[in-house]
Design a protein around this ligand. Structure first.
Ligand SMILES: Cc1cc2nc3c(=O)[nH]c(=O)nc-3n(C[C@H](O)[C@H](O)[C@H](O)COP(=O)(O)OP(=O)(O)OC[C@H]3O[C@@H](n4cnc5c(N)ncnc54)[C@H](O)[C@@H]3O)c2cc1C
Length: 377
């Protein structure tokens, strides 16, 4: 695929929290003699902060989605929907063999839930990724389980006691409790560390734990899941938990495509970058959001950082094309965290101080909607 009108091509692989910013900027400040091409495996991207609210039935999936064709058409960028198999020099290769050439590439395909060391029977398990069809896949599974298990409660385990896992557990509880009389259910949150949310402040952790307990979400902490089989979860301490469906919301792991790009990776498989977000290979390639790891720095895999990288990437793409020196990303140490409880309230933490209430959910919804609205053209 080539274009004679433009001399340079910036190629974005994946359009998520970071790359959406580049596409939006393209509308107002396109770089002369350059075209912007995006490759995505889905026609939409989902703003993860709103997915739990969708799960709780607070708003439709469309409210959390960005239509990439509309965004790209509006911005004057090209969108290619497809699956990349590998890189060949300055080309990405699509599954049908088509090559997409680039002068500068940025990789932002996010992450997937970590499953290392877990033996999985696929029918017993549901991954939170891709987020685009998560609610559809969940609904299909629940319908099937309701049909099969008419006399028994449906047992669902959420694996991962971090922010995403706890929020999903609470929002799913809110949704399932609406039909609990006809369709009983049991929810268990499984986490390998002794404490859920172990990196958060004790006040915030206490609020979330109390909410989980009050809402009858069982906690199974302190042991890793060894196997997810049909009917049961097997933990490392030989404990077994009855399970019809396990939802994987475990920590971030690298998508397998990253290792097909022939770029330096960290020990977890994410693409190693300099502080400028440029690959340590020194090729004109960036890796952003969850897909990149800045060498010798520990930046959590969180949407907040992915979003903050957008303006720096925009600047550095232009600097690289002009052969200027690149700017460095300096991640902030603290940021506001808000968790939707699914029942009309939320909890949050800011500089170690925790809080909760309906107003916290209003604040969260306002922040989330303001973000998504910018990209819903
Ligand atoms: C349920 C949930 C709630 C979360 N809530 C928060 C929160 O409140 N705050 C926070 O800071 N973080 C949160 N996170 C983490 C946050 O979602 C990620 O850190 C963030 O999405 C990373 O952004 P990204 O741009 O790297 O990737 P993403 O936003 O995930 O975008 C990646 C894009 O690439 C596409 N893609 C994937 N594979 C390919 C491929 N092979 N080819 C082409 N395209 C591909 C995907 O479809 C997607 O559109 C949450 C995560 C989950 C799962």
């Amino acid at each position: 695929m080539s274009d004679t009108k433009h001399t340079k091509t910036i190629l974005l692989l994946g359009v998520g929290h970071t790359h959406a910013h580049i596409v939006r900027n393209w509308k107002h400040n396109p770089i002369p003699d350059t075209r912007l091409v995006c490759i995505s495996n889905f026609p939409t991207t989902v703003y993860s902060g709103m997915l739990p609210g969708v799960l709780a039935g607070q708003f439709p999936l469309q409210a959390a989605q960005i239509d990439l064709q509309r965004l790209c058409d509006w911005a004057g960028a090209q969108l290619i929907l497809g699956h990349i198999t590998h890189r060949s020099g300055r080309n990405l290769v699509l599954a049908d063999g088509t090559k997409v050439a680039f002068d500068v590439l940025s990789v932002g395909i996010g992450s997937i839930p970590a499953t290392e060391g877990i033996e999985i029977a696929p029918p017993a398990c549901l991954s939170i990724k891709p987020m685009q069809d998560f609610t559809q896949r969940l609904n299909d599974r629940l319908d099937r389980l309701r049909f099969q298990n008419r006399s028994e409660p449906i047992r669902i385990s959420i694996i991962g006691g971090g922010m995403a896992g706890c929020e999903i557990a609470l929002c799913l509880q809110a949704r399932l409790s609406q039909t609990a009389r006809e369709i009983p259910f049991e929810l268990t949150l499984v986490h390998d560390a002794e404490e859920i949310l172990q990196t958060e402040s004790s006040g915030f952790r206490h609020r979330v734990r109390k909410e989980l307990e009050q809402r009858q979400v069982r906690l199974a902490t302190g042991h890793r899941v060894r196997e997810i089989s049909i009917g049961a979860l097997h933990l490392e301490n030989d404990r077994t938990i009855g399970n019809n469906l396990a939802i994987l919301a475990s920590g971030a792991a690298a998508p397998s495509l990253l290792c097909q790009l022939e770029l330096p990776q960290d020990e977890r498989g994410f693409l190693l970058t300099e502080e400028s977000l440029q690959s340590t290979s020194e090729e004109p390639i960036f890796a952003v959001g969850d897909s990149g790891s800045i060498q010798k720095k520990s930046v959590p895999k969180a949407g907040v950082y992915a979003v903050r990288q957008g303006p720096l990437l925009w600047d550095n793409l232009q600097r690289l094309l002009k052969e200027d020196s690149l700017k460095k990303f300096s991640p902030q140490e603290n940021f506001l965290k808000l968790m939707n409880f699914g029942n009309g309230s939320a909890a949050g933490v800011w500089h170690g101080i925790s809080f909760q209430g309906a107003w916290a959910l209003h604040l969260k919804n306002w922040i989330d909607r303001s973000f998504v609205n910018k990209y819903q053209q």
